[in-house]
Write a new protein. Structure first.
Length: 232
């Protein structure tokens, strides 16, 4: 009996090096996600702390509203790159472990939303999630983007587009796993990242339901808020 269990235990117990690779991948994913792209670009381009302007978020939409198109595009690229980079690092350190990659993607989004380097005040995670999903499931990422664009173009609500994109991305990953085209571990990415992004949009969702959410192209402001004052 003991001899029969040896191969099974060998398969189940990861080596120290494999475990270390997973831990390192997760730590690096969170730290990479924590790099406050919007905060850095806001300070470099306009000398402002984006956390005290507009909505107070450090993501692309708030940079667009308070700083401009060029800086917002730079933040968009940087934040997508954080998601892509976290997954590529995890792929190398975990030998493409589906579980390791799913966890790394989740921690990259967590780092962006609650960043270590900016007192845990970050963005809403949509663009980082898209970057991670592009590695885990390009089909899921494209589906989310294709849902986002017409929603925003027709409604001019970026927040609504983000919510729709997240839900479509989650549905796409679920469908692909059900069709055996993705490993089941990737559901962990979809169902941790999705709720994180939706949670960060909870105030936006409330305003959408109340009819008070700002549309894209309206309410653009370069004025600041006092530290500690909450934004929309």
């Amino acid at each position: 009996m003991e001899h029969a269990l040896v191969p099974f235990l060998a398969l189940r117990a990861p080596s120290a090096s494999v475990a270390a690779g997973h831990v390192l991948a997760l730590v690096l994913a969170y730290l990479l996600g924590s790099i406050p792209s919007g905060l850095i670009i806001g300070k470099v381009t306009r000398g402002i702390d984006i956390r005290y302007h507009g909505s107070g978020a450090t993501g692309t939409t708030n940079v667009l509203r308070t700083v401009g198109v060029g800086p917002a595009a730079a933040v968009l690229v940087a934040d997508v790159a954080k998601g892509v980079g976290a997954l590529l690092i995890a792929r190398g350190l975990t030998t493409a472990s589906p579980l390791g990659m799913a966890l790394a993607g989740s921690l990259a989004v967590a780092g962006h939303n609650w960043p270590l380097f900016s007192r845990f005040r970050g963005g809403r995670g949509t663009t980082v999630a898209v970057g991670g999903l592009a590695i885990i499931s390009p089909v899921g990422a494209v589906s989310g983007v294709l849902a986002f664009l017409p929603t925003v173009l027709l409604s001019r609500y970026v927040s609504l587009g983000s919510v729709v994109a997240v839900l479509v991305g989650m549905l796409a990953v679920t469908s692909l796993v059900a069709a055996h085209r993705l490993p089941s571990e990737h559901l962990l990415f979809a169902y941790t990242v999705g709720p994180m992004v939706l949670w960060r949009h909870r105030a936006n969702i409330r305003r959408l339901l109340q009819g008070t959410e700002s549309r894209l192209g309206r309410g653009l402001s370069f004025g600041g808020r006092k530290p500690g004052e909450k934004g929309q």
